[in-house]
Design a binder for this molecule. Structure first.
Ligand code: ATP
Ligand code: RIB
Length: 304
């Protein structure tokens, strides 16, 4: 077994830079529009590959020029695209507003991502050959459950970034080795499963559902929770954040890359926090994902 397989979404992000995010019913002028590769699945695959992992992407794009952009972008990062499907629907698109503080609001039209259903025997073979399966929730939930079951049956490690948050069926929870959520997603998940949603002790309480939980804490860093072990908190590097889009995805891809190459989980956490801190310093999702050398340099800075 080797490498990472990501089963997930690929989008083209249309990013509007605004002074502030408009309230309902309000119109604001943008002071810059850019088009970039994105989608949680694609972002996490690129993050894993740039962090040094051999990576394959299972997803779906349209027959449009955006689909070609996704295929070319993945290939440029040496990510396997043999299982990238084409759909009659347009490539997924995200409408993103980023404000002056780097915070964002995102609307996703799934398009072709919603056609990622019924995995093939070739998809199953790729999942079975991988060390880790990495997924998010921008594709049909049935596909996520199916991929996770295939992975669990052969011992491929299952890592789920439960974003955007949805109710997770017990059949999916039962397959998970690692759950990665931000604080908002962690609270929702706790509520859905009859656990107290208060932030204090939340990661530890989620261990009732999954044996390993990571809670990302934005500019505060991230915490790691494992059954039978003390929690580990890694503070974030102090940076000037211009765009947080894809920070969580960079974190997930880098963490997965770290664990499949044999890092201890707390070292993989530090590696992921370093990678994500770089991603917030520049604009865009895929464009801001760092390469291995930059992550290592940043990770050493925290040790000083
Ligand atoms: P997004 O949806 O914006 O991709 P998220 O909500 O999934 O992100 P966050 O917890 O906001 O996840 O951020 C993920 C990781 O990115 C954090 O754990 C942290 O390591 C890093 N990060 C985010 N914001 C900052 C910041 N302002 N400074 C340094 N690191 C940051
Ligand atoms: O997590 C960031 C991503 O969410 C963006 O790239 C956008 O496409 C949405 O999927």
């Amino acid at each position: 077994m080797s490498g990472i397989v990501v089963v997930g979404s690929a989008n083209i992000d249309q990013v509007f830079r605004v002074e502030r995010i408009p309230s309902p019913g309000e119109t604001v002028l943008s002071h810059g529009l850019s088009t970039a590769l994105g989608g949680k699945g694609q972002n996490q695959a690129v993050a894993a590959a740039r962090a040094g992992a051999e990576t394959t992407f299972i997803g779906a794009v349209g027959t449009d020029s955006f689909g070609e952009m996704v295929r070319a972008g993945l290939s440029k990062d040496s990510i396997g695209v043999s299982q990238l499907r084409t759909s009659a629907k347009p490539t997924g698109t995200a409408l993103i507003a980023v404000d002056g503080t780097g915070e964002n609001t995102i609307i996703v039209e799934p398009g072709a991502n919603s056609d990622l259903t019924a995995l093939t025997s070739a998809d199953a073979a790729v999942i079975s050959a991988a060390s880790a399966l990495v997924m998010q929730l921008e594709i049909p939930l049935d596909t996520v459950v199916e991929a996770a079951r295939i992975a669990q049956a052969v011992g491929t490690r299952v890592i789920l970034n439960a974003a955007p948050i949805d109710e997770l069926p017990q059949a999916l929870l039962d397959t998970l080795d690692v759950l990665i959520v931000n604080e908002h997603e962690a609270a929702e998940l706790a509520r859905d499963n009859g656990l107290a949603p208060e932030l204090d002790g939340l990661g530890q309480r989620l261990l009732a559902l999954v044996p390993m939980v990571i809670v990302t804490l934005g500019s505060q860093g991230a915490s790691l929770h494992r059954v039978g072990a003390d929690e580990v908190v890694v503070p974030a590097h102090r940076v000037t954040a211009v765009d947080a889009t894809g920070a969580g995805d960079t974190f997930c891809g880098a963490f997965a890359a770290g664990v499949v190459e044999g890092m201890r989980e707390d070292d993989a956490l530090r590696f992921a926090v370093a990678a994500a801190s770089i991603s917030v310093e520049s604009h865009g999702a895929v464009p801001s994902i760092p390469l291995r050398d930059a992550i290592e340099t940043r990770a050493k800075e925290s040790a000083l």
